[in-house]
Design a protein around this ligand. Sequence first.
Ligand code: F6P
Length: 326
Amino acid sequence: MEKINCIGILTSGGDSPGMNAAIRAVTRAAIYHGYTVKGIMRGYKGLITGEIVPFQTQNVSNIIQQGGTILKTARSAEFMTPEGRQLAYDNMRKEGIDALVVIGGDGSLTGARIFAQEFNIPIVGLPGTIDNDLYGTDTTIGYDTALNTIMEAVDKIRDTATSHERLFFIEVMGRNAGFLALNGAIATGAEAAIIPEIATEVDQLAELIQNGFRKSKNSSIVLVAESELTGGALGLAERVKKEYPQYDVRVTILGHIQRGGSPSASDRILATRMGEAAIIALMEDQRNVMIGIDNDELVYVPFSKAIRNDKPINRDLLNTVKVLSI
Ligand code: F6P
């Protein structure tokens, strides 16, 4: 193995609260252990265009509490091409970067995996996404904060739902995963969660109505995971208007508010532990792994496993929502 002297760090894909805490931890742990650090701007895009800056401990001062990412982020189409990756590799070499820490979600770690294989580069990933959809880690950096943002928003909508005796479909993010919708429903005492994981097995809307979800209540909140599989909040509202016109239905799409804001204590702690672990992983000659957390233990998850797209969701929680919504 080639000796690592300089570590490059980048954030890629959708930003998530806690990315800055991770950047801080990676940078400081690397410097503590004698490495030099370079910050790569705008994800893989910056690697291709050579937007790379030397990082000292001061570059990451006063950022642990900030949402977003000081390195900026992007989704790079060029990096998906062999030519783009060659340019990225050439710039890495020119800058003397021997290894990378990539903070991002599924797409970013997929890119990392290909890049690492093509050029034999040591890369360690950190799971930075609000979606919580990476396999092999109980939770991802940003998920807890997003869940809290959802909770605060839904609590407010509940006031209107109750006052007007309405049925509200509230759409939350998650790409093709229902973690935010399901746990958001638990945290807000919502009457139901409609999630992609079971969308092909049951007609969740019909089941909800048949269960008599408004038996003892005049208002209802249903959290809907964004996804073609669920039909989204707008799709479900259209169906209700046609099939169950007795309900006064409204839709709220929470959107990018879920990605912003100061990270929660949990996300700061997670990001900090994982950031330090990324440097330890490189010191231990780990290659092409994502840092995960499993029962409070930091673990190494091979990229191939992390991006499998089949992280199991706790289906028992759907029943919990149902039982408690009487
Ligand atoms: O992966 C994070 C995420 O916020 C998803 O939940 C969502 O589907 C997607 O990114 C939105 O991406 P963009 O900000 O590019 O519209």
